[in-house]
Design a protein around this ligand. Structure first.
Ligand code: ADP
Ligand code: MG
Length: 629
């Protein structure tokens, strides 16, 4: 028997490992299964290049929990270790055998899928175990060895009678980690970290029902048999070529990934690059609910099919965080801080690759089936609009397929919209006026007024749309957005002939004075305008600029005007001097009746703008009943 001291510079590294190395103790299992997987894949590689003349077979990694004995076993049929290799790879902490292997076989092994990198994974076992044993037999013709270590830097190494090739790791679970002796807890970890690892992983057995033998009676029970319970899918969809997969395969994989999601995703994007970095994955556009903060079922990050995290911040561009799916890359430095990650060149490239792929996919969906794209627009617009706001490169591409729906369910691209509006929707300065509504119901009368004049009204209702409009107004020439209630429609859009006021200047002055005396609510600024006689007598408008700034401040960023949210609501009351009712108001002799007409008209205008509420609404209704009596 040999004994010795593990070669580390600090006298006792284990308390350090336990405390600081990994904040999550549960990852010990992921690390040990990764090593077992590496050992298996290395053997596969060596047999494939003829450097190991053994039968590779159908190796399985087995996890066993011995609750009574307080032990966890991780057993593989990989290449194993000789005594010298144990000394070298295990005793020299932080000497990564994986790195060395990849280095030695750099030309042939770069696609072998080997996980290890840092040479510290094995020691994570001491986060949960007070003693660890390795019983291992190399594929080379050398005796098996038995290594054990109780957490002090002293190890023991002796011969073992193990005959089958491979390695068994035995963890003697420490008192503070007995949670890991529960089958449920282990199952949970296997599902989280190992569900898509490339070598089959067995955990216990399960009962399988066999077909009934021929001639069996109805009441006979079907025979059953105990089979290995394999917890993983070693060939998940993202590791395959897009050409091997049908839409259905992508949908099935979505369900595999998110078993509790019942809705089908809208579409998928298969990521697949190997230069200048390695990355595979599948992203799905889900039907987005309005609850944008829903944090469950996020994109998962894998490294060579090992689950790492579902915090993909910095790797996936922020506007795509609402998507679902998998990103797998061996090139993402995982053991480094997030802020470093954001500055890392490779990671930046990954992020912009993902952005480009998503933009290209959307462009091709738009081009190949516009009708379908339009049907899905409502469910994907937030992501696209957010992307246009946050990434200029995405903006340039999305500008060609981003859609602007009208209140009547037509869809225009920006270019089509410009073409459509240029003949009859410009303002005094020949600027294109893009009319929009944010709520078809609430702004109904304004929409109708615009449509009556033959104008096109968009329906733009995303929470961030005000930011996007702001961006479009600055990046495009000669356009402006105006909500239908931003001003009287005839003020928004240039008319060929000027309306002539039926009232004289003197009459107008009197009218204005009377209105201002009667309307005591100072949130309304009275504005007399000569409109066509059919236009409504009183219209309440809310200037675009102020309203939009307020909205932008509510949805974060952008607006940036200090103290905007404390600003009182300000409205204009546009009074149509050409309307008969307004003439009647002016000509009414009795003061009481005049006041009644003004207040009733104002309330109707407020009602139409959705401003009449509570007590004022109750009074209005009471008053109206009195009138119709
Ligand atoms: P890494 O995986 O980053 O190389 P680890 O600390 O996880 O570092 O493992 C150290 C080394 O120990 C591995 O590179 C490998 O050579 C060896 N090793 C660990 N587990 C096994 C195993 N199950 N079978 C064969 N070799 C193993
Ligand atoms: Mg490892």
């Amino acid at each position: 028997m040999a004994t010795g001291k593990i070669n580390v510079s600090v006298d006792n590294i284990f308390p350090l490992i336990k405390k600081f190395l990994y904040s999550d103790h549960e990852i010990f299992l992921r690390e040990l299964i990764s090593n077992a997987t590496d050992a298996t894949l290395k053997l596969k590689h060596l047999t494939s290049i003829g450097e190991a003349s053994v039968e590779y077979g159908n190796p399985v990694i087995e996890i066993k929990v011995d609750k009574e004995g307080k032990k966890i076993h991780i057993i593989d049929q990989g290449l194993g270790m000789t005594e010298d290799e144990v000394k070298k790879y295990i005793n020299e902490v932080a000497f990564s055998g994986a790195e060395e292997f990849l280095d030695k076989y750099k030309d042939t092994a770069k696609d072998s899928g080997i996980i290890g990198h840092f040479g510290l994974g094995f020691y994570s076992a001491f986060m949960v175990a007070e003693k660890v044993e390795i019983i291992t037999k190399s594929f080379k013709d050398e005796p098996a060895v038995h290594w054990s270590c109780d957490g002090s830097p002293n190890f023991e190494l002796e011969a073992s009678d193990k005959t089958e090739r491979g390695t068994e790791i035995v963890l003697h679970v420490a008192e503070d980690s007995t949670e890991f002796l529960e089958d449920n807890r282990i199952s949970e970890l296997l599902t989280k970290y190992n569900k898509f690892m490339p070598v089959p992983i067995k955990f216990g057995t399960k009962t399988e029902t066999l077909p009934k033998p021929e001639g069996a009676k109805e009441e006979d029970e079907a025979p059953t048999q105990e089979v290995d319970n394999i917890i993983n899918n070693p060939n998940p969809a993202w590791t395959k070529q897009p050409s091997e997969l049908e839409t259905e395969d992508y949908q099935n994989f979505y369900r595999e990934l998110y078993p509790t999601q019942f809705e089908e995703p809208l579409f998928h994007i298969h990521l697949n690059v190997d230069y200048p970095f390695n990355l595979t994955g599948i992203l799905y556009f889900p039907r987005l609910t309005n609850d944008l903060n829903s944090q469950k079922d996020r994109i998962q990050l894998y490294q060579n099919q090992v689950y790492v995290t579902d915090n993909v911040e910095g790797i996936v561009p922020e506007f795509l965080m609402m998507l679902r799916g998998v990103v797998d890359s061996p090139d993402i430095p995982l053991n480094v801080s997030r802020s470093y990650l954001q500055a890392d060149g490779a990671v930046k490239k990954i992020s912009s690759y993902i952005t480009r792929k998503v933009a290209d996919k959307l462009a091709s969906l738009f081009k190949n089936n516009r009708e379908d794209f339009e049907a899905k627009w409502n469910d994907i617009k937030i992501v696209i609009e957010y992307g246009m706001l946050s990434e200029d490169k995405f903006f340039d591409k999305a500008d060609k397929f981003a859609l602007y729906p009208t209140v009547d369910g037509k869809f225009f691209t920006f270019e089509e919209l410009q073409e459509k509006l240029k003949t009859n929707q410009t303002d005094k300065d020949d600027k294109l006026v893009i009319l929009y509504a944010s709520d078809k119901e609430a702004q109904h009368s304004y929409i109708e007024a615009a449509k009556a004049k033959g104008y096109e009204v968009l329906l733009l209702d995303s929470p961030i749309i005000s930011h996007l409009m702001q961006k479009l107004e600055t990046s495009k020439e000669n356009i402006s957005f105006a909500r239908v209630d931003a001003d009287h429609i005839d003020n928004l859009i240039k008319k060929d002939e000027e309306q002539i006021s039926k009232l004289s200047d003197e009459e107008k002055e009197t009218l204005k004075k009377e209105l201002e005396e009667t309307i005591t609510d100072k949130t309304f600024t009275v504005q007399l305008e000569a409109m066509d006689s059919e236009s409504s007598p009183f219209t309440i408008t809310e200037p675009e600029f102020m309203r939009r700034m307020k909205e932008m401040q509510q949805t974060g960023g952008g607006g940036g005007m200090f103290g905007m949210d404390n600003m009182p609501e300000m409205y204009n009351l546009i009074v149509n001097t050409n309307s008969d009712l307004v003439s009647e108001i002016l000509n009414t002799k009795t003061a009481k009746k005049k006041e009644r007409l003004i207040n009733q008209s104002l309330d109707l205008a407020r009602l139409s703008k959705g401003l009449l509420k509570g007590e004022e609404l109750t009074n209005f209704i009471k008053r109206s009943y009195e009138m119709v009596k």
